[in-house]
Design a protein around this ligand. Structure first.
Ligand code: GDP
Ligand code: MG
Length: 310
């Protein structure tokens, strides 16, 4: 297991290869994950989410550069649920983070939906684990906060930064419920544009209704010009201290570990159903019967469950 040794020594290529292995579910990938689990759990995971074009990549680039001044090793995972590609893709992000990728202390990786049938969040959690063992002290996960799997991804972050832009108006209403529970730090990026103060007031008003113990701050930023970056880092730090002080840090990790186990169970049961010939033919047969109203879907589903050998 040369790759594992390379990973533990902080070799970028080893980390990249292992993530690819996990994405493609190459034979032996589960052994890798089993092996590294005990050495993982040290990195601090920061989710960066918000609508497309809000400036998440630009902001991540600036935040990472600031953190790099402390000489801490950083990894960035950019998730694009709409992209079937992974590895070196997401051209725009590559360009925006071009000079960062030359920094030996920064690892950048894109992940698309290819390969992981509904398991993007499992694949992301595995990638986080790999980058943790690789030695990244901070792992940034950038994702568009829309679908269920993306929300699950941000839920596994220790601190989530919600990036908004001025004048979202109706959009804020639409995503209101979602963002309230997800964001730990709110950023109004593109504050160089009109309406930033109003958007801030709108978000602050919404946050006032929340009865959560931690009151997130709403910060202004102009990511392209590097404005507001230190403020955001301070807020991430404040949230981190809150988590540790209240023991939520540990509690969140318990929840996340439990979810991870459940996801692995689900994923493998699904695999069993779709890869087993007998079950597939039973499924085809029962489907016909359900269509003909000879049996109902519940009876069919439970019949199949009974014949799954775990
Ligand atoms: N005016 C303005 N444009 C910005 C700012 N931050 C980012 N942008 C631009 O917004 C566009 C989208 O940025 P990007 O970081 O790719 O957004 P993402 O899709 O959320 O990752 C790019 O053209 C950026 O240069 C900002 O603070 N002000
Ligand atoms: Mg981006």
């Amino acid at each position: 297991m040369d790759l594992l040794q390379g990973l533990k020594k902080g070799n970028k290529r080893a980390a990249a290869k292992l993530i690819t292995m996990i994405e493609n579910r190459t034979e032996g990938y589960q052994d890798v994950l089993k092996e590294i689990h005990k050495s993982s759990g040290k990195a601090y995971v920061i989710g960066i989410t918000g609508p497309p074009g809000a400036g998440k990549s630009t902001l991540t680039d600036k935040l990472v550069k600031e953190i790099r001044k402390q000489d801490k090793k950083v990894a960035i995972i950019a998730i694009d649920p709409t992209s079937p590609f992974s590895g070196g893709s997401i051209l725009g992000d590559r360009i925006r983070m071009n000079d960062l990728s030359l920094d030996p202390g920064v690892f950048i990786r894109s992940m698309g939906t290819r390969g992981h049938l509904g398991g993007l969040s499992v694949a992301t959690k595995s990638a986080i684990k790999i980058l943790d063992v690789y030695g990244a002290e901070y792992i940034f996960v950038e994702t568009v906060g829309v679908g269920q799997s993306e929300i699950e991804i941000v839920k596994s972050a220790d601190t989530t930064v919600m990036v908004m832009v001025p004048g979202l108006g109706d959009d804020i209403q639409a995503i209101k419920a979602g963002i309230m529970e997800i964001g730990d730090v709110f950023v109004i990026n593109k504050a160089d544009r009109d309406g930033a103060n109003r958007t801030r007031a709108e978000i602050e008003m919404m946050l006032d209704f929340s009865n959560s113990e931690f009151k997130p701050a709403v910060k202004m930023a102009v990511a392209v010009d590097g404005k507001g970056i230190n403020d955001i880092i301070d807020e991430i730090e404040r949230h981190k201290e809150y988590l540790i002080k209240t023991d939520k840090y540990h509690h969140n990790r318990v929840t996340s570990a439990r979810e991870e186990i459940v996801e692995i169970i689900k994923e493998n049961i699904t695999d069993k159903i779709f890869n087993d010939h007998l079950i597939s033919s039973q499924l085809a047969e029962l489907t016909q019967k359900v269509v003909k109203r000879e049996i109902d879907p519940y009876t069919a589903g439970f019949n199949i469950l009974k014949s799954i050998k775990l």
